[in-house]
Design a protein around this ligand. Structure first.
Ligand code: TYD
Length: 133
């Protein structure tokens, strides 16, 4: 599997719109953990790591930011700026979140609980492991 945008249902309503995701209909994995990133100062970036096993799904619930994905050979930029789609990232992809707008809110769901030993935080080590895949 490769990183891809997953479009979510959008229930339009004059009282306010509603979107959702559930497994297995929209999300290709079962959720074990949810976290969010907020109050990001201008010019800051988050992420800059890959996961050996973990998969994630990232949504810009509010505002906008870019997710730069690297597969060990080349990079690709996804701009997230709507709450009715998100970016699915399989394991073994380097990701960097940057260019956060004021008051942006990133919601991230993962198929695993927090486990520091699943992180690859060194880009050269990631490239080596990605090439061995
Ligand atoms: P990290 O994943 O490096 O942040 P990001 O990728 O969003 O820039 O996590 C930063 C710190 O927060 C790290 O020291 C561990 C802690 N943390 C948890 O305790 N639980 C979690 O679910 C996450 C994502 C991070």
């Amino acid at each position: 599997m490769i990183p891809r945008i997953i479009n979510l249902p959008k229930i339009l309503d004059k009282r306010g719109n509603l979107s959702f995701f559930e497994h297995p209909n929209q999300l290709p994995f079962e959720i074990a953990r949810t976290y969010w990133i907020y109050d990001v100062p201008g010019g800051e970036s988050r992420g800059s790591h890959a996961f050996k096993q973990q998969q994630e799904f990232i949504i810009a619930l509010s505002g906008s930011f870019d997710v730069i994905i690297h597969n060990g050979k080349e990079e690709k930029k996804f701009s997230l700026n709507r709450s009715y789609y998100g970016l699915y990232i399989p394991n073994m992809y380097w990701r960097k979140l940057e260019n956060f707008s004021t008051n942006s809110l990133a919601l991230i769901v993962s198929d695993q609980t927090y486990n520091e030993s699943d992180y690859i935080r060194d880009f050269d080590e990631f490239k080596k492991l990605a090439h061995e895949k």
